[in-house]
Each structure stands twice: as structure tokens, then as C-alpha cells.
Design a protein. Sequence first.
Lengths: 115, 113
Amino acid sequence: DARVTQTPRHKVTEMGQEVTMRCQPILGHNTVFWYRQTMMQGLELLAYFRNRAPLDDSGMPKDRFSAEMPDATLATLKIQPSEPRDSAVYFCASGLVPANTGELFFGEGSRLTVL
Amino acid sequence: AQSVTQPDIHITVSEGASLELRCNYSYGATPYLFWYVQSPGQGLQLLLKYFSGDTLVQGIKGFEAEFKRSQSSFNLRKPSVHWSDAAEYFCAVVISGTYKYIFGTGTRLKVLA
């Protein structure tokens, strides 16, 4: 059963520490998204990639966030240094476009708490 | 800029009652429109989608949605809600060509027994 895998599922860290979240998209999918979910803002698009190339990272705070796809099976989201306001659930999603389904497949999320 | 608005943050209905969740979008052309559902602690799952053609689309779990171009709306409906439908529901618009997905802020549904 193909699915998007995210690690870690939960992370508690102290302010100032580096945090790296990883995502394994579904094999064969060419588009990967990173979203951040908070009660106040809902689902915010941070960045997305097509065929490993970044297409849009305008939703991401550039000074502390970075997103990469070292290869087709791995996407990473890094925060350095982390701050309490970064506490949220971070979702990775993948899809195959263009495609007639248009569906995004979501991972279960990485819950980050920055103390 | 493209945007999606879900005016209702919370909705409470009794089990067996009908349901309508509102979604309005802002986009110059006809977008691709989606509804996703999120159960607690889970990622989002696709309920249904609209690309073109028939403006009334059927999805999983007995849900349907109607695209109304004149109102820029894509409201989600279900004739009879089940307790297991309690979840958060997200409307999304996809910008054609870029496949950039923009989500609304979500509507949290509570179902009373």
C-alpha cells in the first residue's frame, strides 16, 4: 500500500536547536509539497517541488527554513534555529502531475514542539 | 491572489441531519477544486474533486459537492451525517498549469448523537 512517510512523527526541542523533518514521497510521484498546520493559520503552503526542482518557497521564512530534495525518494525541511512560534504540525504531500486524478497524498505529519 | 475561504470554523449537527459546508474561492479562471477530510492525528484524505463537466460531483462516504461558477463556490453536502463524519474538512483550489494547491482554513465538524 503506497503512502507518504514522514519522520519523526513527534519532535520536542529547545529554542535555537536545528530541526530536520524528512519525507519519503510515493514512488513515481513527481511533485512534493510541504505544509504547516496551526490552529490560527490552518494549512499554510511552505514550499513545493516538481521533479526535485523547487517551484515555490514563498511561504517559507527564508532566514531559518530550508527545503530540499536530495533525490526523488527524499524531501527534507530544515529549521535552524528553531523558535517557539515554529511549533506546529508539518505535513508532506506528494502527487503526480499532470494527471487526471489531481489527488495529493498526505503523510501523517510531524508534530514539532519548540520550547 | 488566489485564495480559498471557508466561512464556518466550526459546525455542529445531529446525527442523521443534513450537512452543508461552504467554500468560496478567488481565481480568475475555472480552477480545479477539491475537498479533503482530516481525522484527528491523521493526514488529509481526498473526498472528491471537480475539474470540468458536470457541476455536481460525487465523492466517497456519501459526500457530494456542487460547483457554482456564478457564486465562486464549491459547497460540500451530505444528506444524512454519521457520527464517524466528525472531522475537519478542507476545501482546496489548484491553480491550473502550476498545480499549486491552496487550502482553506478548514471547518471542524462535530456530530451529536
